[in-house]
Design a protein around this ligand. Structure first.
Ligand SMILES: Nc1ncnc2c1ncn2[C@@H]1O[C@H](COP(=O)(O)OP(=O)(O)OP(=O)(O)O)[C@@H](O)[C@H]1O
Ligand SMILES: O=c1ccn([C@@H]2O[C@H](COP(=O)(O)O)[C@@H](O)[C@H]2O)c(=O)[nH]1
Ligand SMILES: [Mg+2]
Length: 223
């Protein structure tokens, strides 16, 4: 099944053109990002579960830097960067972009930020993503939020979103849900076993859900 999900994107050819250099290596005496001891939150959940909406509220209340992996990829496509057409096709098909690309984009944003508290929204999508991030940056998340939402509600929210996203249509949403179940749930399960998962019932108003999120960060931010 995993083979089926990844086979059709020509990933092997695409992947081979990325450098394997470890980007966190200390160069010219500068300190590595890891030494900044950043506070990292991964924000997970199916398509339309409300990750972006809740991240916005966390930013406003607790001053985190919000990095949406999907948004970083969409920005790359819009700027016609290398491999933009493969990325666009991958997103249209609801498949997952190779880890090298996504980790590099996230790492660049983190390293260039003055903020040291990060919300990484919609990443890692796969066990391979997770391992790539942890190995390349030498870091693990402090907390993992999981917005748990019924499929029917997620489909309704995505189809009502109206932001012009190429993947907000019923065919792609069905594929994204399948990819979420097969590739992302194992990541959630991994962090659950590591005692890092905060599972939040994502049904209710945006404010009601934020009241479940707030205590997770209040403890460390004193708010
Ligand atoms: N609690 C809620 N109740 C109803 N609608 C919501 C709620 N939270 C978010 N929405 C709406 O649902 C849509 C999807 O929310 P959002 O973009 O935050 O989800 P997401 O998890 O980031 O999705 P994706 O993975 O597709 O980026 C948006 O139009 C948003 O306004
Ligand atoms: O780590 C990631 C994150 C996202 N993608 C691709 O982007 C779309 C949209 O992501 P959203 O989080 O819903 O904005 C997703 O369906 C994937 O195709 C990815 O490949 N890797
Ligand atoms: Mg989102």
């Amino acid at each position: 099944m995993l083979g089926f999900l990844q086979a059709a994107s020509g990933f092997k050819i695409w992947r081979s053109s990325f450098s394997t250099e470890t980007p966190t290596m200390v160069k010219d005496g500068t300190t590595s990002f890891k030494e900044r001891n950043p506070f990292i939150t991964f924000v997970l959940g199916g398509p339309g579960s409300g990750k972006g909406t809740q991240c916005q509220k966390i930013v406003e209340t607790f001053g985190f830097k919000h990095l949406s992996a999907g948004e970083l990829l969409r920005r790359e496509i819009e700027s016609n960067s290398e491999h933009w057409s493969q990325m666009l096709n991958t997103i249209k098909e609801g498949r997952i972009v190779p880890s090298e690309v996504t980790v590099r984009l996230i790492q660049q944003e983190m390293e260039s930020s003055d903020n040291n508290k990060f919300l990484i929204d919609g990443f890692p999508r796969t066990e391979e993503n997770r391992i790539a991030f942890e190995q390349l940056l030498g870091l693990e998340p402090n907390v993992v939020l999981f917005f748990d939402c019924p499929e029917e509600e997620m489909v309704k929210r995505v189809l009502n979103r109206n932001q012009g996203r190429v993947d907000d249509n019923i065919d792609t949403v069905k594929k994204r849900l399948k990819v979420f179940e097969i590739l992302n749930l194992p990541v959630i399960d991994y962090y659950s076993k590591r005692g890092k998962l905060c599972k939040i019932n994502a049904v209710g108003t945006e404010d009601e859900i934020f009241e479940k999120v707030r205590p997770i960060f209040s403890a460390c931010a004193g708010k």
